[in-house]
Design a protein around this ligand. Structure first.
Ligand SMILES: C[S@@+](CC[C@H](N)C(=O)[O-])C[C@H]1O[C@@H](n2cnc3c(N)ncnc32)[C@H](O)[C@@H]1O
Length: 235
């Protein structure tokens, strides 16, 4: 096999792995198992597929801090939800953020994130489809979430927990694959949360580059100064 054929084969394998990850029905056991197996080759695979979500989310965080937050970047606390191997943390660190925490459903992915040494603390076995019981309300200036509101992973109502852990007037920055936004009615959830006074859509980049085969939308939400306390019970 020549080098070009080899590269094509690796790219196809990476795309297949990414596609397979979308068929896990938000089932915590299946997702954990899948990412346990993928942790060691995840970075290479997504790089082969041109994944640029973490760079865009980090740069949006940088823009939001410069535009709206009084404190210097190094003093802004950030929660990276579904941090995976830490690609987003590395980008945030590159831009001067220093107080970065992360969590992930997969302990193996979380361990890779720890190895980057850009996070203050990384917790594994945390499920964003359930209440984030280890995280206090109004703790973070910014919550970021990249590649997690995606098919078969976290349901749109995970946004509610991200809003809860974000301080009033803080921000949530998240990517949604275009197909995810369509299939899950993500916008309906945004409207529900907005009507309930839990968050306000502040900015949105439509159809931004994400991976080779599909674009994403990039959302910036702000938590209102007097956010209503979430009342609905989640499973
Ligand atoms: C496509 S990767 C994205 C990782 C990282 N944010 C990035 O941009 O490279 C999806 C990540 O979400 C995690 N994940 C999937 N379902 C989750 C859930 N319910 N709660 C928390 N993390 C979850 C996976 O373990 C995986 O690390």
């Amino acid at each position: 096999m020549n080098t070009l054929d080899q590269r094509t084969t690796l790219e196809q394998a990476a795309r297949k792995r990414i596609k397979d990850s979308h068929a896990l029905d938000s089932d915590a056991d299946r997702l954990s198992h899948f990412y346990r197996e993928w942790a060691s080759s995840y970075d290479l695979d997504v790089d082969r597929d041109g994944y640029c979500g973490p760079m865009i989310v980090a740069e949006l965080a940088g823009a939001v801090q410069t535009a709206y937050l009084a404190r210097q970047r190094a003093a802004i606390s950030i929660l990276d939800a579904g941090c995976g191997t830490g690609l987003l943390g590395v980008q945030l660190d590159r831009l001067g953020f220093r107080l970065i925490d992360g969590f992930d459903l997969s302990e193996e992915m979380a361990e890779k994130a720890r190895e980057t040494r850009v996070y203050r603390h990384v917790q594994g076995n945390v499920d964003l489809n359930r209440p984030l019981s280890d995280y206090s309300s109004t703790s973070y200036d910014i919550a970021v979430c990249c590649g997690v509101f995606t098919l078969g992973h976290v349901r749109p109502d995970g946004l509610r927990e991200l809003a809860r852990v974000t301080r009033p007037k803080g921000f949530i920055i998240a990517s949604t694959r275009k197909s995810y936004a369509e299939v899950t009615s993500f916008e309906d959830e945004v409207r529900r949360l907005q009507d309930a006074g839990i968050l306000v859509p502040a900015q949105r980049l439509n159809d931004g580059r994400y991976v080779a085969e599909e674009d994403a939308h990039y959302w910036v939400f702000q938590v209102p100064e007097k956010a209503n306390a979430p009342t609905e019970e989640r499973p």
